[in-house]
Design a protein around this ligand. Structure first.
Ligand code: COA
Ligand code: ZN
Length: 309
């Protein structure tokens, strides 16, 4: 069945990677594992459990191997890991990741800030990773960061993003994601780019990775849905952000995203009450409030006692 014909939405929960990478406190390994194990029971399709990156660059995820090895694997859930280079790919495969999520940016400036390579240098490094993963029988997805704008360069041409998209598919990507690293996109732009990406390869699973940096995150998710996208990255509590992108703030919030789609009658396959209760425990782990709204306001069906006369 073509990706665009399915009505249900798949959630990829990224709080343990995108969420924690941007926190000042180190969330203890046991707490990360307990949270991921709890998320495994919520019905999310995929959990990006960690990132195999330099511990100097992202100290918050220095326990990647222990986290990946320590989590319980729920049947049907894919446990993926973000990987920037061959070294990270080797470590992720050794630690038992189900899927590698290779990341690079469509803009050279952000890719240099993030992984110290140009976009083309990243792609060149990916060739070896595809070979390695194939030998291990593991799928490789690719996320193209700054697809909707770069905090250093401004607009990124759709043509450039789509050219990279095509090259990743040619290398054998099992899935693709377009990321709005610092929330620069708008719904009209999202609709056009999703349309074009799905036209390039209708059967390739296409994920959208939105940040709510300018308050447009859910509007962008809805625009992507209307254009045919069915897979969304989201972080519990709406925390997250790239430490190498100035002004970055949280991902779209998992429970807010789920609430929106479910209220529209679009199934996400998740248990919203469970997500909300997990989200309410996050401030205890990271030491501050989170931007998510449904965890504070309650679901729209959680009514208040009417005033009496
Ligand atoms: N995992 C762990 N360590 C790694 C690594 C990986 N994937 N890749 C490189 N390293 C180590 C090297 O061994 C070296 O260690 P040393 O200083 O103790 O000798 C050090 O990191 C530098 O290696 P080098 O190959 O010169 O990399 P770099 O300094 O050019 O950095 C990255 C490149 C990709 C490793 C680094 O920029 C990075 O980890 N970025 C992460 C970005 C990120 O996670 N952003 C948020 C998500 S989008
Ligand atoms: Zn992100």
């Amino acid at each position: 069945m073509q990706e665009t014909r399915q009505d249900r939405v798949h959630i990829c929960e990224v709080v343990a990677r995108d969420g924690f990478q941007n926190e000042a406190v180190f969330v203890e390994t046991a707490d990360k594992i307990a949270l991921i194990d709890a998320l495994s029971e919520t019905g999310v399709a995929k959990i990006e459990a960690t990132a195999f990156v330099s511990p100097k660059a992202v100290p918050a995820l220095r326990d990647a191997a222990q986290v990946m090895a320590g989590i319980r694997r729920a049947p049907g859930v894919i446990y993926s890991a973000l990987v920037p280079n061959l070294r990270g790919a080797l470590a992720a495969l050794e630690a038992g990741a189900d899927e590698l999520n290779l990341v690079f940016s469509a803009s050279d400036s952000h890719n240099l800030a993030n992984v110290r390579m140009t976009s083309t240098e990243s792609l060149r490094a990916f060739e070896g990773i595809f070979g390695l993963a194939r030998a291990h029988g593991k799928p490789v997805a690719v996320t193209i960061a700054t697809s909707f704008g770069c905090p250093f360069e401004g607009p990124v041409e759709a043509r450039r993003v789509l050219d990279f998209y095509r090259r990743c598919l040619a290398m054998g990507a099992s899935g693709m994601a377009l990321a709005d690293t610092t929330g620069m996109g708008n719904p009209a732009q999202v609709e056009r780019l999703v349309d074009a990406a799905l036209a390039l390869s209708p059967a390739t699973p296409l994920g959208l990775h939105f940040h709510n940096t300018r308050g447009v995150g859910l509007a962008n998710a809805l625009a992507a849905y209307k254009a045919g996208a069915r897979r969304f990255d989201a972080a519990l509590g709406g925390i997250g952000g790239c430490p190498f992108a100035p002004g970055a703030t949280g991902n779209i919030c998992t429970e807010d995203t789920v609430h929106m789609f479910e209220e529209m009658g679009v199934s996400t396959g998740t248990n919203l009450s469970l997500l909300v209760s997990l989200s309410r425990r996050l401030p205890g782990l990271i030491g501050h409030e989170t931007p998510g709204q449904v965890a504070k306001a309650g679901r729209s069906c959680d009514l208040h006692p009417a005033p009496t006369r």
